[in-house]
Design a protein around this ligand. Structure first.
Ligand SMILES: *[C@@H]1O[C@H](CO)[C@@H](O)[C@H](O)[C@H]1NC(C)=O
Ligand SMILES: *[C@@H]1O[C@H](CO)[C@@H](O)[C@H](O)[C@H]1NC(C)=O
Length: 120
């Protein structure tokens, strides 16, 4: 008994196709992911927040996948707040968070003061 004949040369080409297929999927998915804006702020609220509850911030720039410019403030508990990026009080908050992040990096993110501050 012989198993059904395999055409010679079929297998390598099949492997190549599979390889390109996987490559394509990887390329395709990562490209798509990069284009999906990660949680854009759709509106901003000029609502001041106690700076000591903050652990991080990100600048959102209009045109880079998001429809408006904003400052995203991240609390120690991971909540994200969308605030305008052009208010003087935000600059103060950002400065404070920068100092906090530097401090925590130097102190191995230990202690209450660094609660919620992510390693950078
Ligand atoms: C935003 O809030 C700050 C602080 O409460 C205030 O000084 C400023 O006038 C506000 N800006 C606008 C455009 O309402
Ligand atoms: C870290 O903190 C210590 C004391 O608090 C200070 O002497 C040292 O210069 C700091 N290191 C850095 C890299 O900032």
């Amino acid at each position: 008994m012989h198993s059904p004949a395999q055409r010679p040369g079929m297998a390598p080409w099949g492997d190549a196709k599979l390889f390109f297929c996987i490559l394509f999927i990887i390329y395709c998915c990562t490209a798509t992911l990069a284009q999906i804006p990660m949680d854009c702020c759709l509106t901003v609220k000029n609502k001041t927040i106690e700076k000591t509850v903050l652990a991080d911030y990100h600048q959102q720039i209009k045109g880079q996948g998001c429809s408006l410019s904003a400052m995203i403030l991240v609390t120690r508990r991971g909540r994200r707040l969308c605030v305008p990026d052009n208010e003087p009080w935000i600059q103060e908050v950002v400065k404070h968070v920068d100092i906090l992040k530097k401090y925590c990096k130097n102190h191995s993110y230990k202690g209450n003061r660094c609660f919620g501050v992510k390693r950078a």
